[in-house]
Design a binder for this molecule. Structure first.
Ligand SMILES: [Zn+2]
Length: 579
């Protein structure tokens, strides 16, 4: 199970000796590790905690400097006005969502709200344009001060790195992650957030120049995998493959006086690394699934993109999702060879996904009940002062975590006469852990199952077609399609999470690249409603029915089929234009 997360990056255009110059692909290979027989985990956890501490320190510095910078750029009273308008808009949108959720509400209510929202949006845009001008002017005036703040930020982050006590690879990873996250947060106008230091996280090693794939099976000083025989991947017997694929991975996590400190885990190398590739990063991820810990090895490799001739057959894939009688339709595809079909998540899987939601409600209800018990208990019985503080924090928080913390401290400082209260809260915790573990395992299981389904779908398309076109829809528009009510089944917001279209896109991209095919995103706005047969663009509401009959040529079609075929034609036309 591998996934492509990064984008191809170009290497030199001119190279000596007639070698193929061209694109490099960056791909992540993922391998599962065992839970037992791990060595050196303490040192790894120490690094994980230090990584999270460094992250939190950097976030603190970043937010402090951002606050100072914002004060310099502040556009005066207009800024507060804008904040007020935004707050108002959020409230209007929440109300609209409530009105829509309650199907019995009159249409007039929602129409009024929609009009109010439109007015608010226009107002915000006007003010925002002004605010932006003022901020720009402030930036121009205060350029030296802003520069100074920026160098203060860099200097303090440098200091934080030095005192973090991290192995240099882990330090590099934190700083790189921060740079990416910072750019994104600035763009989206939000602040960075700290991380919990609960033992979850990752450790990694980095190869600046890349480590040849073959060298990973040797005595490298940072990363070693015990050699795996070829039969582990090509034996006809599944059990042989399974047995032979078991091996061990060692990753350097620190250096002490005696030399390198290794983390060693049993792992299953179920697929080989591509020949001629180099490893840039190796990461061991430690994550909690329910109460158990799970470890995975991620190898980020760079491979030269293959230039082999591939089938010239093309396929259009319309992504989005809607409820159909068979289940949740996630994609409709249509090929130049005349074949077409759908990708559907079956009803049984949908119900299982819904169970995750039901468990969440049960967790919440039990937590509320425990809180209301605690409230009434505190009316009758006072707790010692330090516990009292914890209790009031737990009561005002929506997160069960604080109630767990209260219980932990309570356990450490029991007092006479507390048996009833302590017993009730302990019983809640027991149930909470049970439900929470159940939910975490179920989610994990379903996500794996879905990934497998998507992977098979993508592999089949990629083996049949060399060229794929998918619709380039902003996620927001995909969500809108979810609000379509079809065949009297109410749409569920949750379906967005269930369908995970972005995951499917990534898997498709990976499958086509692996088979030397191409996947291109096509602007799909507008023409998706035009009849594939004659091109007529009727005025109709696609939210009402799945099928449409063209007013001109009287052809009746499924709108997703129509969209995928139009997508295919658009893609091919664009290709012809550029060739
Ligand atoms: Zn037509």
């Amino acid at each position: 199970m591998s996934k492509t997360t990064a984008t191809p990056d170009a290497c030199g255009n001119l190279s000596a000796g007639g070698e193929t110059s061209g694109e490099m692909l960056v791909r992540v290979y993922e391998y599962g590790c065992a839970r037992e027989a791990i060595r050196g985990m303490d040192a790894a956890i120490d690094q994980i905690l230090r990584r999270n501490e460094l992250w939190n320190r950097i976030v603190e510095i970043d937010n402090e400097i951002r606050t100072k910078m914002d004060a310099v750029l502040h556009a005066g009273p207009q800024e507060d006005h804008l904040a007020g308008l935004r707050q108002g808009l959020t409230e209007l949108r929440t109300r609209l969502a409530q009105v829509r959720a309650d199907a019995k509400s009159s249409l007039i209510d929602s129409a009024q709200l929609v009009a109010q929202i439109r007015t608010a949006v226009v107002e915000i845009q006007t003010i925002l344009a002004e605010v932006k001008q003022i901020r720009k002017a402030n930036a121009r005036e205060n350029r030296p001060l802003l520069r100074e703040l920026n160098s203060e930020r860099l200097r303090r982050i440098q200091e934080a790195q030095v005192s973090a006590g991290l192995y240099w690879c882990n330090r590099t990873a934190v700083v790189r992650n921060y740079e990416v996250a910072r750019a994104r947060a600035m763009k989206e106008g939000r602040r960075l957030k700290g991380r919990l230091c609960n033992g979850a996280g990752s450790v990694c090693v980095y190869f600046q120049r890349g480590l040849q794939v073959a060298a990973v099976f040797g005595d490298n000083g940072r990363l070693q995998i015990d050699p795996v025989p070829e039969e582990a991947w090509n034996s006809p017997s599944r059990s042989t493959r399974r047995r032979l694929a078991r091996t061990n991975v060692r990753m350097r996590v620190a250096v002490n006086a005696g030399g390198p400190v290794w983390l060693e885990l049993p792992m299953t190398m179920h697929r080989p690394l591509p020949e001629g590739a180099v490893i840039r990063w190796a990461t061991i991820v430690r994550e909690q699934i329910g109460l158990a810990w799970r470890h995975r090895l991620l190898l980020t490799v760079r491979t030269p993109a293959c230039q082999n001739a591939r089938s010239a057959d093309a396929v259009g894939v319309d992504l989005g999702w809607r409820i159909t009688p068979e289940g949740l339709r996630v994609a409709y595809w249509c090929g130049t060879d005349g074949r077409h079909g759908t990708l559907v998540l079956r009803r049984a899987d949908l119900l299982a996904f819904k169970q995750i939601g039901a468990l969440q409600s049960a967790i919440k209800a039990a937590h509320e009940q425990a809180k209301s018990f605690l409230r009434s208990y505190l009316d009758r019985q006072a707790l010692p002062a330090p516990l009292m503080e914890r209790a009031s924090a737990a009561l005002s928080s929506p997160s069960p975590r604080l109630l767990v913390t209260l219980l932990q401290e309570w356990r450490a400082s029991r007092f006479s006469g507390d048996r009833y209260g302590f017993g009730r809260i302990s019983a809640w915790q027991k149930q909470h852990i049970h439900l929470w573990t159940w939910q975490a395992n179920l989610r994990d299981q379903l996500i794996r199952k879905r990934r497998e389904l998507y992977r098979c779908f993508a592999a089949e398309l990629a083996s049949r077609y060399g060229i794929a076109f998918v619709n380039d829809v902003p996620l927001r528009r995909i969500v809108k399609r979810s609000l379509v009510v079809c065949e009297n089944i109410p749409a569920q917001r949750q379906n967005r999470f269930v369908a995970a279209v972005s995951v499917l896109v990534r898997i498709l991209q990976n499958a086509f690249e692996k088979n030397s095919g191409t996947l291109t995103r096509i602007q799909s706005a507008g023409a998706m409603m035009a009849c594939y047969s004659c091109g007529t663009l009727d005025q109709w509401n696609p939210a009402e029915t799945l099928t449409h009959t063209c007013s001109h040529c009287c052809t009746t079609w499924d709108q997703d089929f129509n969209a995928s075929l139009n997508l295919l034609r658009r893609g091919l036309a664009a290709r012809d234009d550029t060739c």
